[in-house]
Design a protein around this ligand. Structure first.
Ligand SMILES: [Zn+2]
Length: 441
């Protein structure tokens, strides 16, 4: 029974609403597509495969190899001299966030934007993210948009909206007073909050159950905000509820103490960890948790700093975070890529993260794994995404250059396919192009 429930819950995470998969509908011959290119990066071995052919039936890859024969009746997508990679994965998105870049941008979004506006912005962000080559995301809190992330995930599955496969955390859970909105009048009632606030073990348990009941694929929890916030006991009941439901828990923790609390409570991943010392990083490795360092967003913020003083502040934070990433890598911590976009211009720039991880000290192949195979492990979806192997979804991207020699190629994605359907194509001759994804219904 347990195994059945587990299998069903996993299925619900990864299966889109495909007519062929539904009982009672007439079975159709699945569409066959063969993707060809000059080479393909095998992220497991770290080596290029020359003249690969990737055969896709329906949504999934059935065969991959150099120079495979293409069966009759197969649509061919020839990417010429391009390099093919698995569809990219971002493990730390906020697709429902599109805030102004002002000190009170977060609060103004809560005050001025309706839930309907938030949902539509989420759809735009999802499209930008997918077109940037990110075919799967783990969305770690919807920033005060109710359960709109669940609606967006489901709309994408149904083909109503163009976007990546999503795991969603819904509201996030924080200690009372320890997350946005900050600085609002206590007389303002019913303003949506950025996370669900709890105080005490029973409130924490209730929040976890509510969010899981509303369709959360994982829970996002805040262990610190400048200083430690939720207690280990509060963290533990939330994470226990997630684990009972076969879900994972992503814990925001910047400080050594926050990280220790999160790991003592059973966290599956530490988000940010910017101020982690060696002992905290060693503990992450010992516990087998993942680190999602979100270092690219610091590069982005430093680049766009409005004045010299702000720039210096961000540069200092960035230097500290880079050192932390280099040490984490050296210690063998499993690192997954997550960009943490929350403004309009950041959405769709997700590839800044693997590039930033490389600048911080990860070899190119490790930075690529952080956004493909390793990310899939964190999501528990390694049988479905993250590599180009039989059984995985036909999720792939292509670039013109050599991503191992120049990782910024990831910021110039020329072709995107999701589940065997072309999403973006700047490579094949116009006359021979496969039909692109249909316009949203
Ligand atoms: Zn975040």
């Amino acid at each position: 029974m347990k195994r059945l429930a587990r299998a069903l819950s996993l299925l619900s995470l990864v299966i889109g609403a495909s007519a062929a998969a539904q009982p009672g509908t007439p079975s159709e011959v699945p569409r066959r597509v063969a993707v060809r290119a000059a080479r393909m990066l095998d992220v497991k071995t770290g080596k290029y495969v020359s003249e690969p052919v990737i055969l896709i039936e329906g949504e999934r890859i059935v065969k991959v190899g150099p120079g495979l024969p293409v069966p009759e009746g197969t649509e061919v997508v020839d990417l010429g001299a391009a390099t093919v990679l698995p569809g990219l994965i971002d493990c730390h998105t906020h697709l429902m966030a599109r805030q102004e870049e002002t000190p009170d941008g977060y609060e103004l979004a809560l005050l001025k934007k309706s839930q309907a506006t938030r949902a539509l912005e989420g759809a735009a962000n999802a499209r930008a993210t997918l077109r940037a080559g990110f075919t799967t995301v783990r969305d770690v809190e919807n920033e005060g948009s109710g359960f709109a992330d669940v609606a967006l995930r489901d709309a994408i599955r149904q083909g109503l909206v163009e976007g990546p496969r999503m795991q969603v955390a819904t509201r996030g859970i924080a200690a009372v007073g320890a997350y946005h909105p900050f600085g609002t009048s206590p007389d303002v009632k019913d303003l949506p909050t950025g996370a669900q606030f709890v105080s005490g073990v029973e409130e924490a348990r209730r929040a976890a159950r509510e969010q899981l009941g509303q369709g959360a694929d994982l829970l996002k929890i805040y262990a610190d905000w400048a200083t430690p916030t939720l207690t280990v006991e509060e963290l533990r009941v939330i994470i226990d509820e997630a684990h009972k439901a076969r879900r994972k828990a992503a814990v925001h923790a910047m400080s050594g103490e926050g990280i220790r609390n999160a790991l003592a409570a059973g966290a599956d991943s530490i988000e940010h960890g910017h101020d982690a010392d060696r002992a905290a990083l060693e503990l992450i490795r010992q516990k087998g948790a993942f680190l999602v360092p979100t270092v690219g967003i610091l590069e982005a913020l430093a680049e766009r700093a409005p004045d010299a003083a702000t720039r210096r502040r961000f540069d200092a934070r960035l230097a500290g975070a880079r050192k932390m990433v280099a040490l984490a890598h050296q210690l063998g911590v499993r690192i997954a890529s997550g960009f943490d976009a929350s403004t309009a211009w950041q959405q769709g720039r997700n590839a800044m993260e693997p590039v930033a991880l490389h600048r911080a000290g990860l070899p190119p192949i490790e930075a690529l794994r952080s956004a493909t195979s390793r990310a899939a492990e964190l999501l528990g979806l390694q049988q479905h995404v993250g590599t180009l192997e039989p059984g995985r979804y036909g999720d792939l991207v292509a670039v013109s250059g050599d991503p191992l020699a120049d990782l910024t190629e990831l910021q110039r994605i020329r072709f995107v396919m999701k589940g065997g359907v072309v999403i973006r194509d700047e490579l094949t001759p116009v006359a021979s192009r496969a039909p692109v994804a249909p316009a949203p219904k």
